[in-house]
Design a protein around this ligand. Structure first.
Ligand SMILES: C[S@@+](CC[C@H](N)C(=O)[O-])C[C@H]1O[C@@H](n2cnc3c(N)ncnc32)[C@H](O)[C@@H]1O
Length: 216
């Protein structure tokens, strides 16, 4: 969604329109997987705060990181849900979490629509670091654009995506890469208990996985 990030003030409205109003529900579906009172959660590429605030609303203590200060400014201006712990917003790249947080710092890590913005190399590195920053038994939830499995669905998806991809490139000279095998990516980083389900109309995949408990 690079094209919307180039105008952060329009990001929420733009995502609402592009998702035909389903984005909020997707944020809450992610939070339902990971958030509970007392849990410490890291939200990677938090953007304007949709997932982080949904997790805080369930009583979790959340650190939201993003490399784009303008997206963070919008997030900071939002109030936390009533009674929720305040979210800590930090300007930080996803590849910097190894230095910023000690091993086993979090009960859960979320990454919504951010892995598709990383290079394959960076994505692998970030997921491996996330694994080490989760406590044993901690949960990862990745929601992202994924290439559909069926060939007809994939063809229609490519045709629908093409105009937006061209516009994005024209405006930002960058693009995003829908994930071809999200579960495989997560597995390669050492995660176990991988579950995958489609959200919205199937164009967003939600993958949840666990860092295994240390063997005794
Ligand atoms: C499409 S937005 C998603 C925002 C939010 N997670 C959501 O689901 O609405 C992608 C966000 O990831 C951030 N981002 C992209 N690459 C990043 C990186 N390497 N480190 C930290 N944030 C990054 C962008 O600045 C942007 O705010």
């Amino acid at each position: 969604m690079k094209v919307l990030e180039s105008a952060p003030r329009r990001y929420d409205r733009g995502m609402g329109l592009l998702s035909l109003g389903r984005m909020e529900r997707i944020y809450h579906a992610i939070a339902d997987e990971v958030a509970a009172p007392g849990r410490r959660i890291l939200d990677l590429g938090c953007g304007t705060g949709g997932v982080a605030l949904a997790c805080a609303g369930r009583g979790a203590t959340v650190v939201g990181i993003d490399e784009n200060p303008e997206m963070l400014e919008i997030a900071r201006a939002k109030s936390s849900p009533a009674g929720a712990p305040p979210v800590e917003w930090r300007e930080l790249g996803a590849a910097e979490i190894e230095d910023a947080f000690a091993p086993s710092s979090f009960d859960a890590v979320t990454a919504s629509l951010v892995l598709s913005e990383l290079s394959p190399l960076e994505c692998g590195y970030v997921l491996r670091t996330v694994h080490s920053r989760l406590k044993p038994g901690g949960v990862l939830a990745v929601a992202d654009e994924a290439v559909p499995a069926g060939s007809l669905h994939r063809l229609l998806w490519r045709m629908g995506r093409f105009p937006l991809a061209c516009l994005t490139y024209l405006l930002t000279q960058t693009t995003t890469r829908a994930l071809a095998d999200p579960a495989g990516l997560v597995s390669a980083a050492g995660f176990a208990g991988i579950r995958e389900r489609r959200l919205g109309w199937g164009e967003v995949v939600l993958v949840t996985a666990r860092r295994e408990e240390a063997s005794r």
